[in-house]
Design a protein around this ligand. Structure first.
Ligand SMILES: Nc1ncnc2[nH]cnc12
Ligand SMILES: [Zn+2]
Length: 317
């Protein structure tokens, strides 16, 4: 089944480039940039990848991102991810990057963007993988800081298709970012937002009604609110679900409890994605495969999930 799932043509719509930083590359970049790491070796670092919640993961994720300093580093990170896409027949990807994770430690916006954009262009030309880059605001920071990030992005507007919202969800509702999302839309960007990963269904309502999103990232807690379920089914609002992430971050205790196939059968436009594959134990195919081994996903269901990912692209072919 693994090989069959791997061969299925699919799109990845929820992937943080910083979360695709494998420990081996992290150590190589630390050496290249002469950065001392708090872990002795790759194995020790990998052992630290045990999380009780989103915040514990984010604390390590931001630490890991500190080895990314030059455009070449961002190129290498993005290229390594695109090679994984090629190996798993991901024919289109819409990755996130978090500019504030880098600008706040002194790496200029254009250094980050130039490396990522160059790799995405090579990925399209050399690997045939199409893409749409999403600039994500960190929601634990202020809206004023997100406004500043949007200002930095405007001179490079052609490099992005959308803005997004990620990082610590609880206590940072979408409504906190209504004005900056309004401005981003007026500037011609589409919008997406993480909502209902750890946060309540109310945050999903806000993402839809206030941020006017095209897709919900995660959204698994929608199932707690029947009226919300009807809305996302009626309007076919896609959810970019990340099964391995959800179990690693204890959103579900066990993959056998995951609700993605229940949502699929109720008519929700759910898709399968890897979120932060270097930290959560696998790329897209591993996520599909986990649904097969733990939930008994059929080939027909896998085909519908893959088709949903192609249908839910922001960048149409
Ligand atoms: N799963 C996730 N949720 C929120 N912010 C993130 N940043 C990287 N991965 C994330
Ligand atoms: Zn995410």
């Amino acid at each position: 089944m693994y090989d069959w799932l791997n061969a299925l043509p699919k799109a990845e719509l929820h992937l943080h480039l910083e979360g695709s930083l494998e420990p081996e590359l992290l150590f190589a970049l630390a050496e290249r940039n002469k950065i001392a790491l708090p872990w002795n070796d790759v194995e020790t670092l990998r052992k630290a990848y045990a999380f009780n919640n989103l915040q514990e993961f984010l604390d390590l994720y931001y630490k890991g991102a500190d080895v990314l300093r030059t455009s070449q580093d961002f190129y290498d990170l993005t290229w390594a991810y695109l090679l994984r896409c090629k190996a798993q027949n991901v024919i289109h990807t819409e990755p996130f990057f978090d500019p504030q994770t880098h600008t706040d430690r002194g790496v200029p916006f254009e250094v980050v963007l130039n490396g990522i954009a160059a790799a995405l262009k090579d990925g399209e030309q050399q690997l045939g993988i199409t893409n749409g880059l999403i600039l994500s605001f960190l929601r634990h920071l202020s809206e004023a800081e997100a406004e500043k990030t949007l200002d930095q992005a405007l001179p490079f507007r052609d490099a992005f298709v959308a803005v997004g919202l990620d990082s610590s969800e609880m206590g940072h509702p979408p409504s906190k970012f209504q004005r900056v999302f309004d401005r981003a839309r007026h500037e011609g960007f589409l919008t997406v937002a993480h909502a209902g990963e750890e946060g309540p269904p109310e945050y999903i309502w806000e993402a839809i009604d206030l941020l006017k999103i095209q897709r919900i990232d995660h959204g698994v807690r929608a199932i707690e609110d029947e009226r919300l379920m009807q809305r996302i089914i009626d309007e076919q609002i896609p959810l970019t679900v990340c099964p391995l992430s959800n179990t690693k971050l204890c959103v579900f205790d066990d993959m056998a409890q995951h609700n993605i196939l229940d949502m699929l059968e109720r008519g929700v436009k759910v898709t399968v994605n890897s979120d932060d594959p270097a930290y959560f134990g696998g790329y897209v195919t591993e996520n599909f495969h986990a649904l097969y081994t733990s939930l008994g996903m059929t080939q027909d269901q896998a085909k519908r999930l893959a088709q949903n990912s192609l249908d839910a692209r922001l960048v149409k072919p």
